[in-house]
Design a protein around this ligand. Structure first.
Ligand code: DON
Length: 557
């Protein structure tokens, strides 16, 4: 914390006026690779795959499986995510988000009075959507992989079978989670599997190793068919859950077209629905461009924070109304990111006064845990991957006999209009529960390009705050020309319309700025969020960093 505060003071004293980016225009092939990962095991495994001649997608697949072993808070085979790929000058978006099981229905989290049943969508067997991760990795490999699948899965098998040394931060989050479950009297089997994971000790996961071996040997069928699928379905039946063998065999990961937009001389390649993040960061970045004063703004000054909070109100009003799974709901992507619309939308923002929360309506007329990593290979290909089981350790339920944690992603649906989910997000019809539908996400893996050359790879966990972490990482890099370390560690803030006028912020905004924001009518809630892992191409040289508050590791080689 102290180190962060020191860094922050340094940044604030040196950054006065916004600067124009000095980013590389070079289209030369890169002679370097870089990984920015949420832990050391995934960083070392991804590096090793790249050194064996694998490409960025190969390294990403290995890292994903390794994280299912060494980062159980979020790494997973029982969850889902998004992988944004830039390869051979083309973008691809692998959507491996979980889906609602066939027996899911709109009112499944409501009691007889129509009230939301506390925790039902967050803990236990009812909280999980049908997992998408293994299908996502399989599809990414089929389309873009170059090394054999078995080579890519083996490092995770070894770590599960032979064990890994438990990081102090992992040990403490496990023991805090167990205490929290006990306090809330939530009965799940988490402690049976994880209580033994103690700081500095080797932790082995035999059941998980056996499941990973099936995946290694049979590909996605090792998860969605046969022994693993039967084990999941039987476990669900025994405990009253609804995921069936049919749900598993029917699960399909999808390749979607990424959103691509021009911004500030760059091409932003980002996440389409069912992520809300790509649309949201574009709305944020474009409205900022429209409204920032000609002389620029000081990083994290009162006006800077206020302007971005005002934009956030509008972004989140649109998110609640228009965003959901595009296979079920017609998401007006073009209309929401159109320059004319955003000009109008931002015209009511004042740099000096706060607008009334209740008056901010959706604007179109017609109608703590996830994990991210970034990889660039020396061919110039890039992967931005964000994956999750939703809250830390997901539903707290381990599939007995298969050894992996299930997600609590069903909470990302809108259980009832007007009722907030765990991240304070609201939603309506666009994001109501329907069988096979994907729940709306804020995960926003993103890549910035110039002349078809990767300039930045970014992403973070943090629920709805992901969107702020991502767009502010882009502003930090481009507007303020910060290096990767500074980009990830500079204090960030987040506003999402509700709770009313609350700005959530990292420590590090100056006392003066906080007082001025309070005078404008905001309440500053100091709680850190996110875990950024970014790679920046600075004049042809890669620079990578992982947020200091996490247990990440970045390597340029
Ligand atoms: O998809 C989403 O938006 C959420 N399930 C992400 C959860 C998350 O980032 C939790 N991390 N702190």
């Amino acid at each position: 914390m102290q180190q962060l505060a020191r860094k922050t003071r340094f940044l604030l004293s040196t950054l006065i006026v916004l600067q124009i980016s000095a980013f590389s225009l070079s289209a030369e092939p890169l002679h370097q690779s870089a990984v920015a990962m949420p832990d050391a095991y995934s960083a070392d495994a991804a590096r090793s795959i790249l050194e064996q001649g694998g490409n960025a997608v190969d390294a990403a697949i290995t890292a994903h499986f390794v994280l299912a072993v060494t980062l159980p808070e979020a790494g997973n085979i029982g969850g889902g995510g998004f992988m944004l790929i830039f390869k051979n000058n083309e973008g691809d978006f692998i959507d491996y988000r979980e889906t609602a099981p066939a027996l899911a229905h709109k009112n499944m989290y409501l009691d007889e009075q129509g009230d939301v049943i506390p925790y039902k969508s967050l803990f236990g067997v009812h909280a999980s959507g049908t997992p998408g991760s293994v299908a996502g990795m399989w599809l990414a490999h089929k389309k873009h992989g170059s090394l054999p699948w078995k080579t890519l899965v083996q490092p995770a098998v070894t770590l599960a079978e032979e064990g890994f040394v438990v990081h102090p931060k992992l040990a403490s989050s496990i023991s805090r989670y167990i205490t929290r479950l006990e306090k809330r009297e939530i009965e799940v089997n988490f402690a049976d599997y994880f209580a033994e994971a103690k700081e500095g000790k080797v932790f082995k996961q035999a059941e998980l190793a056996a499941t990973l071996k099936l995946i290694r040997d049979k590909g996605q069928d090792g998860f969605y068919k046969g022994k693993t699928a039967k084990t999941i379905a039987q476990f669900m039946q025994q405990h009253g859950g609804i995921i069936s063998e049919t749900d598993l065999v029917n699960y399909t990961a999808k390749s979607r077209t990424p959103i691509k937009a021009d911004w500030n001389g760059f091409e932003v390649l980002t996440s389409p629905p069912p992520s809300s993040g790509g649309i949201a960061i574009l709305q944020w970045l474009k409205m900022f461009e429209l409204l920032k004063p000609e002389q620029g703004l000081e990083l994290n000054s009162t006006t800077y924070v206020h302007l971005l909070a005002e934009i956030g109100k509008r972004v989140f009003a649109d998110r609640a109304e228009y965003l959901g799974d595009p296979d079920f709901f017609d998401v007006p992507v073009a209309a929401l990111t159109n320059n004319e619309y955003l000009k109008k939308r931002s015209s009511t923002i004042s740099l000096n006064a706060i607008s009334t929360t209740e008056n901010i309506k959706p604007g179109l007329k017609e109608s703590e845990q996830t994990t991210h990593f970034s990889i660039v290979d020396k061919m110039g290909n890039a992967v931005a991957n964000t994956t999750t089981i939703n809250l830390g350790f997901g539903s707290g339920v381990v599939v007995e006999g298969a050894g992996f944690l299930l997600n609590d992603e069903m909470d990302d649906f809108s259980a009832k209009p007007g009722v907030m989910n765990a991240f304070g997000a609201l939603g309506g019809v666009a994001n109501e529960i329907q069988p096979q539908k994907r729940m709306l996400s804020s995960m926003t893996p993103s890549i910035l390009l110039k002349d078809n050359t990767v300039q930045m790879v970014t992403g973070s966990p943090g629920g709805t705050t992901i969107i702020s972490s991502v767009y502010q990482s882009i502003l930090n890099a481009i507007e303020f020309n910060l290096n990767a370390e500074q980009v990830v560690n500079s204090p960030r803030f987040h506003h999402q319309l509700w709770p009313k006028n609350v700005i959530r912020s990292h420590e590090g905004l100056s006392d003066k700025v906080k007082a001025e924001l309070e005078a404008l009518g905001y309440k500053v809630d100091e709680r850190r969020f996110g875990d950024l892992h970014v790679i920046i191409n600075k004049d042809g040289k890669l620079d990578a960093a992982s947020q200091a508050s996490g247990r990440g590791k970045s390597i340029v080689f």
